[in-house]
Ligand binder design. Structure first.
Ligand code: NDP
Length: 331
């Protein structure tokens, strides 16, 4: 089977030359293991951090080894009692066509309840990030005005809609194209949205939230965070989920220059890691599936076909070519 290896550590924006698609023999299936034919894998922003050789909350990718990450597929051989040939599973050996792994590292999923790819997005890790980040980390409560950046992406689009469904007084989003802004307002029910490429973020946020905001869900960092600090009301909360504007930067961002506002406004700013919130998963899955079934929560996926396009899909996601979850499908 084919698999993607990282072959050089990118400095700044990764380039296709930092990766290689290689053919390898499928390993033997050991006792307690399964062989999965991957049908789709996820490309996520956090993977950019794993391309650097630095200690972080997930270990770096090793050079000349297969990369990994979320994937869904069909079990085609099993030496594990609890998983059978034909079962579908979610697991962490993405970026490859075939995966051999211990069955205890796979989660059985039901393709009749939702599409397989939904388990990588709206019902998967990004979905739980949105749900836990808004409800637990940002301590969202009914009546809050919520601003989310990266609002047309996998996490952001779900944050805005959960806020609306849970009774936000106003939901505001920012995204990188006019089409995405239109989608946020017309399909996802945001009250206001703006294209951060069309002008000053602070001014556009002020216009979109004349009465200020109570929660900022940060996916972007930099000038977005600075704008949010200015717009936040007293006792406002910031859930720091990601800072994608900095992932390929070679110089630190000067913003936010107004961090001292935290004092007078008594703001609370808290980082979030989705892995801390697995206890919330059952509640999340139940509530979000119900909203999807009733049509109250909508989601998009950008599916790039072909393992050979995996790296392009990843780079395209960093450039904003996705609406909703970016996924690579494998025939
Ligand atoms: P998305 O689906 O949102 O895809 C990334 C998006 O980021 C792009 O589509 C692009 O959209 C936007 N973007 C890229 N560069 C910039 C920039 N310079 N300024 C503003 N926007 C930019 O990805 P996810 O939903 O998977 O992830 C969203 C955020 O959540 C990321 O920061 C990620 O690291 C974080 N995250 C954190 C987790 C945690 O546990 N802490 C778990 C999962 C995700 P556009 O066209 O709008 O520019």
């Amino acid at each position: 089977g084919r698999e993607w290896h990282l072959v050089a550590r990118p400095h700044g924006w990764p380039t296709p030359a930092d990766f290689a698609l290689r053919e390898t023999a499928v390993p033997e299936v050991g006792e307690g293991q399964i062989l999965v034919r991957n049908q789709a894998f996820s490309v996520d922003p956090y993977m950019r951090g794993r391309m650097n050789d630095v200690k972080s909350y997930v270990p770096p990718f090793q050079l000349d080894r297969p990369m990994d990450g979320g994937a869904v597929g069909e079990v085609i051989a099993s030496r594990a009692g609890d998983l059978a040939v034909g079962d579908h599973v979610l697991h962490n050996l993405g970026w490859r066509e075939y995966a051999v792994l211990d069955a205890r590292h796979a989660t059985k999923i039901d393709p009749s309840l939702a599409s397989l790819t939904a388990y990588l997005g709206v019902l998967g890790m990004p979905g739980l990030t949105a749900y836990a980040g808004l409800l637990e980390v940002a301590s969202f409560k009914e009546g809050d005005a919520v601003f989310v950046s990266g609002a047309a992406g996998a996490v952001g689009s779900e944050v805005g809609q959960i806020a609306r469904l849970k009774g936000a007084s106003r939901v505001i989003g920012s995204a990188g194209s006019d089409e995405k802004v239109k989608l946020l307002v017309e399909e996802y029910g945001f009250d206001a949205a703006f294209n951060y490429k069309n002008g000053d973020v602070a001014q556009q946020l002020k216009d979109a939230a004349p009465d200020g905001i109570d929660v900022y869900f940060d996916n972007v960092g930099g000038d977005h965070l600075e704008a949010a600090l200015s717009a936040l009301n007293v006792h406002g909360r910031i859930a720091v989920c990601g800072m994608i504007s900095m992932y390929n930067a070679t110089e630190p961002s000067p913003a936010p220059r107004n961090l001292a506002l935290v004092i007078g406004k008594r703001l609370r700013m808290q980082g979030l890691l989705v892995s801390d919130h697995s206890a919330l998963h059952p509640k999340f899955a139940e509530e979000v599936s119900a909203w999807i079934r009733s049509g109250e929560l909508k989601y998009s996926e950008t599916v790039v076909p072909g393992i050979e396009n995996g790296v392009e899909a990843f780079l395209g996601m960093l450039r904003g070519e996705n609406t909703g979850k970016m996924i690579v499908s494998l025939g």
